[in-house]
Design a protein around this ligand. Structure first.
Ligand code: PMP
Length: 387
């Protein structure tokens, strides 16, 4: 029985074309790009192409910086800690404004900064799961705020925040705006000509690139303090020998992701909707967030009377991989932070299962998942003590 992978918000399969593009840089062209000999310099053309693809993929201008790094966790840490060092430790500002539903790479970094005296404001999403400019504006104090950090799309629900308006608000107030766009790239257009974010993070393994490669956009003219000091790699903005195969792979993965945006928003969305409709046709189920507010690949569904972990286990037995909560927090059986914030009914918050598709998900797979889900819901409700 073939396994079916519907956990693409946790990570994605590497596109075979990406794997192929990375291949020469392990055994043949393995030089350090900073070396002056041929082994080093022969990596430069592909790295240049990769960087161009990253700039083009997110609409960065030549004067902006796109720093290739180890992961989005690194990018998020870098920006939040830079705000602390630049704006707060120097005594100019005291506050970072973010949300209660950020990924742990932002949320836990903010906890850490808070323990060191930073004032952290965590905005709550509205009943539709959105962080609105009105919510940001309420009580906003530009004189105190070193940074606003609000995710583009949520990893659990797929809910897309109005980042263009949020960025505009920050620009008017003269406060830098960072967005974690990890779950947006390849699913919705990410164009920094249109969205005036000052900093943006992304991660290759969420769009069919390798794990352990990420990018950090820094708009031209915005202040920046590196997290890693050392060599002059990345123009001195991120020290450490460049991981050439991953760099090259991420560049191509970005280009392929952008090329398949139309597919993602049409065919993939149709497959997602087919699964979602089938889930909603079952009694006592709900899906978080309006469809038009979500990335085209994500469903976070609640099934009354069924514990999420039990559901996942059953799905896994049937060869279907989905998830509860984020992979980073799934060791805990605690309802996920996003859910706790959005769903007042504790029972529902405990029963949420996330299905996330990719451009490689097929119609046959979705049809099989539907019949597995229908069978699992029936079976688990028959033995549920709460249903
Ligand atoms: N932000 C979001 C929204 C994510 O979904 C993830 C990955 N789960 C990350 C950040 C962290 O990305 P990485 O694995 O590259 O550190």
């Amino acid at each position: 029985m073939d396994r079916i992978y519907l956990d693409n918000n946790a990570t994605t399969v590497v596109d075979p074309k990406v794997k192929q593009a990375m291949e020469p840089f392990w055994l043949q062209r393995y030089g350090n790009p900073n070396s002056l000999h041929r082994f080093g310099t022969e990596t430069h053309p592909e790295m240049g192409v990769a960087l161009d693809r990253l700039y083009a993929g997110i609409g960065a201008a030549d004067a902006d910086d796109v720093i290739v790094n180890g992961c989005a966790t690194e990018g998020n840490n870098t920006i939040l800690k830079a705000a602390w060092v630049d704006g707060i430790l120097e005594g100019k500002k005291s506050r970072i404004v973010s949300t209660a539903v950020e990924h742990p790479s932002v949320a836990h970094t903010l906890d850490w900064l808070e323990q060191r005296g930073v004032e952290v404001i965590r905005l709550q999403p509205n009943h539709e799961g959105l962080i609105t400019p009105e919510a940001l504006a309420e009580g906003f104090d530009a004189d105190k705020t070193a940074l606003v950090s609000i995710m583009w799309a949520n990893n659990e629900t797929g809910i897309i925040n109005p980042v263009k308006e949020l960025a505009e608000f920050c620009r008017e107030k003269g406060v830098p705006f960072h967005t974690d766009a990890v779950q947006a790239v390849g699913k919705v257009p990410v164009n920094l000509q249109e969205v005036g974010a000052d900093y943006l993070t992304f991660s290759a393994h969420k769009f069919h690139g390798p794990k352990g490669a990420g990018g950090l956009f820094v708009r031209s003219g915005c202040s920046f303090t590196p997290l890693l000091h050392g060599g002059e790699q990345m123009g001195g903005l991120r020290a450490g020998t460049v991981n050439v195969p991953f760099f090259v792979g991420m560049g191509l993965a970005m280009e392929l992701a952008v090329d398949s945006l139309h597919y993602a928003q049409t065919t993939m969305a149709t497959l997602r909707n087919r699964l979602e409709d089938a889930i909603l046709a079952l009694p006592d189920t709900m899906v978080l967030g309006k469809r038009e507010h979500r990335t085209p690949n994500t469903i976070l569904a609640s099934f009354k009377g069924i514990e999420g972990e039990a559901f996942l286990w059953d799905l896994n037995q049937a060869g279907v991989a989905a998830s509860t909560g984020s992979a980073c927090s799934s060791e805990s059986l605690e309802a996920d932070a996003t859910l706790r914030t959005m769903v007042s009914d504790a029972d529902l918050a405990h029963t949420a299962v996330r299905f996330s598709l990719s451009r490689f998900t097929t119609e046959e797979e979705i049809e099989r998942v539907i019949s597995v889900v229908e069978g699992t819901v029936k079976r688990l409700r028959a033995i549920s003590s709460t249903y």
